[in-house]
Design a protein around this ligand. Structure first.
Ligand code: MG
Ligand code: MG
Length: 248
């Protein structure tokens, strides 16, 4: 699906709301705060901006954000979990403005954390940056995942296979799927107007995953730490434009 400039400008507005949710939840996340508290902070942003949530009630999901600490990879339900010094936590946020969606996630340290955990976060962010760089007209879809995988594996980490990035527009999850792995030069050609949510999930140990009993939260099979970083990005005439950032 290729979006018009008008559609992308609506997605930019949704993206700015998501960026504000990131900013507010990042400031609020400290030892002693629950993940339900973070969800409330994010709800306030949505209300203030007149945006709707794309996460709430998605197949019955009860929050407006996903909160995934430590070995939890993605899709953690906000609740009674209290952040502890030394945790890392992934916070995934989404918003809808005039029917257009934004979706982005980050992982942050809670207080002082082990250097290894900080490195995992940095490598995950770097893998996202390298993936985004591939979002140029004429490249192939798998160039994105190949770039992500190369960065993660060079650091000795692994990328999750079972959960992937996605097209985004008038729905949160559209075709195509955007894996975080693969050989370069495969799949459909990237074209101006395409918008993807690219979202590396990087495990310190093996790539295996396990779904918890709540039917949502996904953890690493080996209990190792995992980090997640995501942006919604449009391919423009001038290369990739990250939509889920603050207005400059
Ligand atoms: Mg997301
Ligand atoms: Mg996503």
């Amino acid at each position: 699906m290729r979006r018009t400039k008008d559609e992308i400008s609506k997605m930019r507005r949704a993206g700015r709301v998501v960026a504000e949710m990131h900013d507010r939840t990042r400031s609020a996340a400290r030892p002693g705060v629950t993940t339900a508290d973070l969800d409330r902070v994010a709800r306030e942003v949505l209300e203030r901006r007149g945006a709707r949530s794309n996460f709430l009630n998605y197949h019955g999901f009860p929050g407006v954000i996903c909160t995934s600490p430590n070995d939890m990879i993605v899709h953690g339900i906000p609740g009674s979990y209290r952040l502890e010094e030394g945790d890392i936590i992934s916070i995934d946020c989404g918003a809808i403005i005039e029917g257009y969606h934004g979706d982005a996630a980050f992982t942050m340290p809670v207080g002082e954390v082990e250097p290894e955990a900080l490195k995992l976060i940095e490598v995950t962010e770097e893998s996202l940056r390298k993936g985004i760089e591939q979002m140029v007209d004429g490249h192939r879809l798998s160039d994105i995942g190949h770039a992500v995988q190369t960065v993660a594996e060079a650091a000795g980490y692994s990328v999750v296979r079972e959960y992937v990035g996605h097209g985004i527009g008038t729905a949160m999850h559209e075709e195509p799927q955007v894996p975080n792995y693969g050989e370069p030069g495969k799949g459909p050609k990237l074209r101006v107007g395409m918008v993807f949510a690219v979202e590396p999930m990087v495990n310190m140990g093996g790539p295996g995953t396990r779904l918890l009993d709540d039917g949502w939260a996904v953890v690493t099979a080996d209990g190792s730490l995992s980090a997640h970083a995501e942006h919604s990005i449009a391919i423009t005439d001038n290369g990739p434009e990250v939509l889920t950032i603050p207005e400059n």
